[in-house]
Design a protein around this ligand. Structure first.
Ligand code: IPD
Ligand code: CA
Length: 270
């Protein structure tokens, strides 16, 4: 199967998973929500949704490995998600999955929230699909095939920093990030056109890919939060780097993304 066809199949899987999330949202009770860490929540919905996605992807590409947020798939490449090798060991194809990005929004009945599925090898992202459930928006890209939203080609903006709408997310780990978060907001408040926070890293990157936002950054995130949408930004003509400006961001826990024009402004603030 070529990458374009495979991407279309993954869109179907992501939409089905999104339909499950939509159905379960009104049934979910507070007593069914567990804490992974302080302010980091999970429920049967995340886990069941992931199991459904994994079962379908296994049929599409039986030889591929899995890296998933909830760890429901047997992971032959990385028995411990926490000790990912840098730039090696990924094999020829590994699915990277977040069955529900924006869990806090989801349990509050707020939007956005999304299903995020990427396929990567050691050095590259081969395809990425982010299905934002509340607006029924399916963002998808495959390597060299451009970036798409519900059948329409999408591109990053051309706005300079003075007019830019910037996403600055504050991750769950306040102890680790609060000083930097304060500094970033202090730096950009008044300098750019506006600052936003949406509670889903995957959707935030897609906002940059389709030109709604002009830049976004977060440290302390996981591969399944950014992998699929990072390819969307690149295929839409944007730039993705680490906080240090390194173009190889795949194995880290941070990304800085933009329309390319304002990448230097974002990196300078770090
Ligand atoms: C989280 C969201 C959030 C980001 C966190 C992620 P989750 O993913 O993407 O926007 O700030 O760092 O962990 O927990 O909703 O899947
Ligand atoms: Ca999640």
């Amino acid at each position: 199967m070529d990458l374009k066809t495979l991407t279309a199949e993954v869109c179907r899987v992501a939409r089905e998973a999104g339909a499950y999330l939509r159905t379960e949202q009104s049934k979910l009770r507070d007593s069914q929500i567990e804490r992974k860490h302080s302010h980091d929540y999970v429920s049967y919905v995340d886990k069941t949704c992931e199991e459904q996605i994994v079962a379908q992807l296994r049929q599409l590409l039986p030889e591929a490995a899995f890296l998933t947020e909830e760890g429901t798939a047997e992971n032959t490449l990385f028995p411990q998600n926490s000790s990912l090798p840098l730039g090696e060991g990924w094999g020829e194809a590994c699915w990277v999955i977040d069955p529900l990005d924006g869990t806090t929004n989801y349990i509050h009945g707020f939007n956005p929230f999304a299903v995020s599925i990427a396929l990567r090898n050691e050095r590259e992202i081969l395809l990425g699909v982010v299905y934002e459930v509340t607006l029924d928006e399916c963002f998808y890209a495959w390597q060299g095939g451009g970036a798409w939203l519900n059948g329409q080609s999408i591109h990053v903006s051309k706005k300079p920093i003075e007019e830019a709408l910037l996403g600055i997310e504050l991750p769950y780990d306040a102890d680790m990030y609060s000083e930097l978060g304060r500094r970033l907001i202090g730096h950009f408040y008044g300098l750019c056109g506006g600052i936003r926070m949406n509670g889903s890293a995957a959707v935030a990157l897609c906002n940059v890919a389709c030109g709604r936002w002009d830049g976004w950054l977060e440290r302390g995130i996981q591969p399944w939060d950014f992998m699929a949408a990072a390819l969307l930004v690149q295929e839409a003509g944007g730039t993705v780097t680490t906080y240090g400006g390194d173009a190889f961001f795949l194995d880290g826990h941070e990304v800085v993304v933009s329309n390319g024009l304002i990448q230097k402004d974002l990196l300078a603030a770090l």
